[in-house]
Design a protein around this ligand. Sequence first.
Ligand SMILES: [Ca+2]
Ligand SMILES: [Ca+2]
Ligand SMILES: [Ca+2]
Ligand SMILES: [Ca+2]
Length: 603
Amino acid sequence: MSLRRFFLCAVIFTALIGALPLAARAQDGLPGEVTSPTALRTAPSLAGRPLANLQTGDKVTVTGRFRAWFRLTFNGQTGYALADRIRVQGDANRLPDIPPAEALPPTAAPTATPAAVTTATSWFGETVLYSLFVRSFRDSNGDGIGDLRGVIDGLDYLQGLGVNGLWLLPIFASPSYHGYDVTDYQQINPQYGTKDDLLTLIAELKRRGMYLLLDLPVNHTSNQHPFFKDAFGKPTSLFSQFYVWSNAAQTDYLSFNGFRPMPELNFDSRAVRDYVTRMALYWLDPNGDGDPSDGIDGYRLDVAKDVPADYWAELRTAMNKVNPRAVLLGEVWAEGRIIADFLRGDGMNAAFDFPAFNVLAGPNSAPGEGLLNGVGEANVLGLTMRALDAMVAPGSVLARFSHNHDTNRLMSIVRGDVARAKMAAVWLLTAPGVPTVYYGEEIGMAGVKANGPVYYDEYRREPFDWYAAESGPGMTYWFRPGNRNNGPNDGISVEEQQADPDSVLNTYRALLRLRAEHPALRSRQVQIVRDSGPLYVVQRWADDALYIVAINFTRDVQPFWAAVYAAAGGQQYDSARAEVLLSAGYQPESLLPAGYVIVRLPR
Ligand SMILES: [Ca+2]
Ligand SMILES: [Ca+2]
Ligand SMILES: [Ca+2]
Ligand SMILES: [Ca+2]
């Protein structure tokens, strides 16, 4: 077995078994110290029996993690404690994830019913999703803050771009700029507009044959949510069971990533499940007449990994009674094995492909260390995508992306290399699954998380640049510090790229037009070619033609047709008949670094 083959096998093994090689080092546990009192419990919920009270300064051994909990041993006892109460010596990210089967009571075990998913996903699988931050996209009333009327004003642009589904980052009432801490799931953030504005947007989208997903952050609420305010410090509150308290006085609680403004909802509670389901169903049929034609098409589920998978199955069952076509697209930011735990056929219809993103982008903290920068092997990307495809329930959809609102932007990942950004677009828009374009990606906006104390992710969520001068009708200006990533007259705006056929914008338009014109480029008849050497090669079929997509992620010139023939087991195609649909750096026997080609071979 060659070294390379051994490495590839190791990757397959890793993808299937899910044990990251790095995690193995932490297998025996990391030393930790308790930073504030908490209980050691038998299971990660308040229902679990307390084994011991952990006091500040107690020394423990941490052996794994499950959602917001660490598994640890203390005085010979093994159990779970809240992760934000333990300071770990070493890299806690390398701790192995505990399978839910071990951490949850056996009653939570799933039963798969793949048929339910297949119906809902038939339309969703044809979608190109546009992830849109309302605050930054387009302003309709001149206050500098994007709003729903602004989204409506921008629909001609989006339809012209060629996307047909919108995922709006959270639009519900919230005290924060980002909206991931909700105070009322039935109210639209007044800065963004009204329920009527949303209904108008939905009607406008339907008229255009477009779809709408709303972001549903229900792992946690805001600490300003009325239920939390009522229960905080008041054990007799009717809403006590809604949250996960860690002291009897109910002044200390489990929160998302230990972030106090985001107390986690307690999904062990029937009342919580019923409440969240009622909120989620509301927007599927906003006027409540039993006809979902006035409603949204589904939800993107925030932090879906930290809500029990059996709850998503429960929500799916309830949604099927209102609109069986509506989809649930989960953010399960984890390795493939965990994603597969949620795509079982009975709950979520779709999830984001974080493993492929990891291969493409490299470590999120170090831009420029992934395949998009020529680091690593294209075969690893193909294997990673194939492994996840094979692990999830039939009919499930994987949403692909090169970056999102929680990561550095693509243009920053590739360190401003426009050719590599376009190459990433070719991967995204020809990959099997649902491509997700993050607003501003299509004009090559840059964005890197900044150090605090005030600004962090805002730098990855900057105002969408409509104009060269950053001013004009619809332009938002809620965030405009001097050190932002996108400025005036930097070549990054719709206005500056509109007429340039080589612009990033027109590359996205060309790719989306190809997808629309050639059903094979979006069909499920696709093969990510094995053993294509340094090239990433995808084959797609129509009745009358074979389509080949090849991308050279490396920093060297690579042979093209020779690699295609080798991957096809020596079979030769009549390359003289090849119709080149889109290319860059195609020579044509070879591909330059960051080059790509989409060819059509008539049968
Ligand atoms: Ca506004
Ligand atoms: Ca209705
Ligand atoms: Ca949770
Ligand atoms: Ca600009």
